[in-house]
Design a protein around this ligand. Sequence first.
Ligand code: FAD
Length: 492
Amino acid sequence: MADAPIIILFRQDLRIADNPALASAAAAGQPVVPVYVLDDEAAGAWAAGGASRWWLHHSLVSLSLSLERLGAPLVLRRGRTVDALLALARETGARTIHLTRAYEPFAARLEQDLEARARTASIAVRRFAGSLLAEPEALRTKDGRPFRVFTPFWRALQASVNLPPLATTPRRLTPVATRPRSDDLASWRLLPTRPDWAGGLRAEWQPGETGAAKRLDAFLGTGLEGYATQRDRPDIAGTSQLSPYLHFGEVSPRQCWHALDAARQREPSVAAGAASFLRELGWREFSVHLLHNWPSIPEAPFRAQFADFPWEPDAALRRELFAAWSRGRTGYPIVDAGMRQLWETGWMHNRVRMITASFLTKHLLIPWQDGARWFWDTLVDADLANNSASWQWVAGSGADAAPYFRVFNPVLQGLKFDPDGAYVRRFVPELARLADKDLHAPWMANDDALARAGVTLGKTYPRPIVDHDFGRRRALEAFATIKTDAPAPDAA
Ligand code: FAD
């Protein structure tokens, strides 16, 4: 039916620009029905966490406004995605459903279910690529297997990227004659009940496509040139902070790539920064490649021998240590600053993510899965591929993981990457008056220095919950009990 409406399912592609699923429907000239379905059941244990729900709410507000302006308002439905889409097709007479591929195991399963059930109802499903630079099936080693090591993966990706022009941004969409029923977004209760928490998120972020474009522009203007040298410094706003926008698809990696190319041509001095930034986008692609090929990585160690890793056996102690870590009360200022940044802003600098994750899994011997869960609930950029792959990378159990013997020393990391203490002073204000030399190890400061800074250890700020040397030794002993050089597993 040439004039039958096309349903466009939005998921992690909450944008109008460079959205092939939307552009193709608009180009067909048929009426369109844009829809977002809140389907917690499909995602199961990986339904969006608190910070992601806050983001999603605001992103949907932004997308609704954009679609309303284009003439076809967004329909909101809640429940099982496939049921909701088929019901919407019945109501509107749609014969085609467009969607952008997603790569979480549950999202991929959903696409298969949808295709099967739509076929029986004579509805066509068209899946578009729109969230990656290269589809995960496209890249293979010489012997036809998925990559397990980043560098050859990145080489292959760069060689294969044949960047097509961006998808056309529609200027106008044709709505269906009768506006379909839509849920009231507020009734989904995506916003947190703790208003003080949301306050911190609001101050930091503008979810949605406009916010994404502003963030990208700002980064190109002021961050890109120094990115290669400053990206490890949490005290400097040296990274793009595009991660939540990329996760929700409010900007596509192809848009980033094109923008960087243009910046490189305008200003050759940004070349090193652009190359370094693209490599980070490469890590994002690699994480998806891993999740696609090894769908158990959110739950199980990539290297099976890590299933026997001797984590802290005392459950009560584990709970106590985890509470101290998650609240930013470990007694290590750089760790505490990171965990508080996460709680206050829904984001944490990459270097500090590595330090805090190393501290949890190595100094405290708490399973990486517990840390990944906490991040899942508190990060605005919580992303199943990036979060799982990164936690496993730090814990040593992942593909191409950090060497197991690398146990970050939180004091040295603090001194190196937050040399003037600006980061710690911002997020751990009770230490702000300590001198730079004492800031990253307050327990080493003499009594006078502590008194002058108004710090009473054990009272205004905790003593370290574990001694670094002891923690390091114990972690290495734990690693020695498992065979860390066993071969990595075959893909699923
Ligand atoms: P930039 O430095 O500006 O990088 C640009 C983009 O590249 C990022 O937005 C992101 O999409 C991607 N990227 C950068 N570093 C990585 C990386 N190491 N792995 C994969 N992609 C990367 N990132 C998430 O998006 N979601 C997560 O849930 C997540 N969990 C993490 C958990 C741990 C323990 C660690 C160590 C890292 C995690 N990361 C995660 C990766 C990384 O920390 C963030 O992507 C980055 O800090 C986001 O900040 P940015 O946008 O300023 O990054």
